[in-house]
Design a protein around this ligand. Structure first.
Ligand SMILES: [Zn+2]
Length: 156
């Protein structure tokens, strides 16, 4: 029973101390693969962590980033206004996309592989969206009990 315990407010109640870090266009980051030709913008600290996460993947696997900052990119999930969240999946070294959304053992293992690397690199996922990962935003701060977020919404 948690009667008497204070109710813990959700991610929206986490304070933001905007650090002012710039957005990086992943088209200028050869280490990370992206889909499409349009810009995929993420905060510098998030890009660094994705590059680190990729080094922890088994040989022959890479990250494939589908969306970042702004609306209309990626999978239309919420939480991209800070530039702190990326929608991503795995791909083979030749760029062939994997989309491990199924319940079969191979997909489950691939999601686990992705999740492990991203978690160790300092990113968090939210709800049931295995492809949506962030670092430094309110959702991340809430899950990591970080006290405050580093990245608020970006005006452009
Ligand atoms: Zn997303």
């Amino acid at each position: 029973m948690d009667e008497g315990r204070p109710h813990r407010p959700g991610p929206a109640a986490v304070p933001v101390r905007e650090c002012g870090e710039r957005l990086v266009d992943l088209r200028d980051v050869p280490a990370l693969l992206i889909t499409g030709r349009g810009p995929v913008l993420l905060r510098l600290g998030v890009v660094d962590r994705l590059v680190t996460a990729q080094t922890m993947l088994p040989e022959g696997l890479r990250l494939l980033v589908i969306g970042g900052y702004g609306t209309g990119a990626g999978l239309r999930c919420a939480g991209h206004e800070t530039g702190a969240a990326a929608d991503l999946t795995l791909c083979r070294a030749d760029g062939a996309e994997l989309w491990p959304g199924a319940a079969d053992p191979v997909a489950v293992e691939q999601r686990h592989t992705l999740s492990k690397a991203l978690s160790i690199a300092g990113l968090s996922t939210y709800a049931q969206t295995w492809w949506h990962w962030s670092h430094g935003d309110c959702s991340w701060a809430y899950q990591r009990s970080a006290g405050h977020a580093r990245y608020g919404p970006v005006e452009r």
